[in-house]
Design a protein around this ligand. Sequence first.
Ligand code: FE2
Length: 206
Amino acid sequence: MTDRAGATPDGDGETLGQRDGMSVLERAHAWITAVHPHARHLERTLDWLLVLDPDASDAARIAAATHDVERAYPDGDSPWDSARDWDSVAYNRWHQDRCAELVEPGLRDRGASEELAREVTGLVRVHEEGGWLEADLVQAADSLSFLETMVWLVVRWVESGRAPRERAEGKLYNAVERMSPDLTQARELAQPLYEAGLRELDGIRA
Ligand SMILES: [Fe+2]
C-alpha cells in the first residue's frame, strides 16, 4: 500500500523536498492530480475550505486536497458500491479508514512531518462525518465541492440503473443535511448548488 500510495517520480520525499522547494500541500496536490479520477473534486474542496476558513491550517488544507484518495487505488475485492451504499455507516467507516491508511504514508513520503501527517490523517478519517470545527469545515467543503463537481456521477447512477432517482436525490440532500448546523455560510452556499443538482436529475429520463 505504501509503495503504491507513496511512490514519487523522483524517489525519496525528503530529498525531493530539499530540491524542489515545494510545500507538502503542493506535493500532495501533484500526487492527487496524477492519480485520482476525481482530482477536480479534491481541488475544489480545498478552494471551498478557503472560502469557509481563509485561515485554515496546513493540515486542513492537505486533508481537503486528499480526502478521497482511496478512490485512486480501487480495491477489486471490495463488496461496496458507493451508488448503493453511500449512507451505510459500515461503508463510510471503510472508505474513511482506507483513505486515512493511504494518506498517512503518502504524505510522509512527500516530506510531511510525523505531526502533520498525523493531523491530516485524523481529519481524513472523519471527512464524511466531521466531529469538531476543523473536521466540520473540511466535511462542509467536501459537500460544496461534491454538489459543484460530482452531480454528473449521481446522474450517471440513475441513467445506468445503479441507483433509483430517489436515492440519487437523497445523496444530494445528504450533502447539505450532513453539514454542521453551526456552519450557516456553508449551508447557504450549498443551497443553490443543491437545487441545480436536483434540476439536473429532473432533466434526465430514467
Ligand atoms: Fe469528497
